[in-house]
Design a protein around this ligand. Structure first.
Ligand code: MRU
Length: 349
């Protein structure tokens, strides 16, 4: 299995996703500040993976504190949560994980647990999130794999794979499951400028699994669709609003429009921790703007003239009307999403 992140006795170990596919190296974070740094610098990325990373960051903060009681630790706990929450704004999984830890800490402190008990339970909660994420990916795979054609091309954008989760992947989990079911899937991976998660990461992990994969530049999708090479699109998500509008890697919106124009189903695969019922529509989803250098330079080489204006929004929002189905670990949702999302949330309570 691809080791995206792992808890070790020394700290949290991350595969360095900025170095893949040319180098398989690891970064060890021994403090919560270092976990925050690996999230900001994209050593670890992908919505579910950064949520679980933050949970382990909180566990590291609790282990390293010099406080002796939960009450003494409380202000530091808030500071740790605030630092981790300040790393990246779009993927709601980050805030979901931090919120879950805040609720746990409040419960344990109120119950009179010792700081050592709190430490153990916080780490156990992070471990539970890790295991739940893998289980959710497997369940999405089973639901979503059935939607893919028996034979055909499937386009994906960015990396919503094992590297973006604790294992197996969301969109790539759906593809993995279809392949495991014996379907003959040819994957087209958008390179995903500017950070190249598709060319570097999706291609790397699918090749590791021996899945038929072809990388295309982002501007090639329309002509492949027109040529009949693509029978379905499946992507991940960073935040799904209550009406189904979906934030995902910049360029996802383009693909969704192209899919609609060519009559190709467009699926989003995401765990329930990506669904944000408190955000009514995509308009309210905060979009991260990343450093200009990711656009102006590649591999240390400058591509653009000095002083030119640069924009680098890391995500866009695909309006719900373009989404054929949202695959979650609870099942596949269909439009109208306001009703199907709320209905499935109520049914799970
Ligand atoms: O900027 P990134 O690499 O963190 O963006 C990742 C994506 O947009 C993924 O598609 C999304 O997080 C889903 S990952 C299962």
């Amino acid at each position: 299995m691809i080791p995206t992140l792992a808890w070790t006795p020394e700290g949290v170990r991350f595969i360095d996703q900025t170095k893949l596919p040319l180098e398989e190296s690891y970064v060890l974070a021994t403090t919560y500040e270092q976990v925050a740094d690996v999230i900001v610098t994209m050593v670890v990325r992908g919505a579910p993976a950064i949520g679980v990373s933050a949970a382990y960051g909180i566990a590291l903060g609790a282990l390293k504190t010099k406080a002796t009681t939960p009450a003494e630790f409380a202000p530091e706990f808030e500071q740790i949560c605030a630092r981790l929450a300040g790393t990246r704004p779009t993927a709601v999984n980050l805030f979901w994980a931090i919120d879950r830890m805040k609720k746990l800490f409040a419960r344990l402190a109120a119950a009179g647990d010792s700081l050592d008990e709190v430490r153990g339970k916080i780490l156990a909660e992070a471990d539970a999130m890790y295991q739940e994420d893998i289980a959710a990916c497997k369940a999405m795979g089973a639901f979503g794999g059935a939607l893919l054609p028996d034979v055909g091309g499937v386009l994906t954008h960015c990396n919503a794979g094992a590297l973006a989760t604790c294992g197996y992947g969301t969109a790539l989990g759906v593809i993995r499951s279809a392949v495991e079911q014996g379907k003959k899937i040819k994957v087209y991976a958008d390179e995903t400028r500017p950070f190249l998660q598709g060319a570097r990461l999706t291609a790397w992990e699918l090749m590791e699994d021996g899945i038929d994969t072809t990388v295309i530049c982002d501007n090639m999708a329309a002509s492949l669709m027109r040529a009949g090479k693509i029978q379905a699109v499946v992507v991940g998500a960073d935040r799904i609003a209550a009406n189904g509008d979906t934030a995902n890697k910049i360029g996802t919106y383009n693909v969704a429009i192209l899919a609609k124009e060519h009559g190709i189903p467009f699926y989003v695969a995401a765990p329930w921790s990506t669904i944000d019922l408190a955000t009514a529509t995509g308009e309210a989803i905060p979009i991260e703007e990343r450093p200009a250098v990711e656009v102006t330079h590649h591999g240390g080489k400058q591509l653009t003239p000095n002083g030119v204006g640069i924009r680098n929004p890391a995500f866009d929002v695909t309006p719900a009307k373009y989404i054929t189905g949202i695959v979650t670990e609870r099942g596949v949702l269909r439009a109208p999403y306001v009703e199907s999302l709320r209905g499935m949330e109520l049914a799970a309570k």
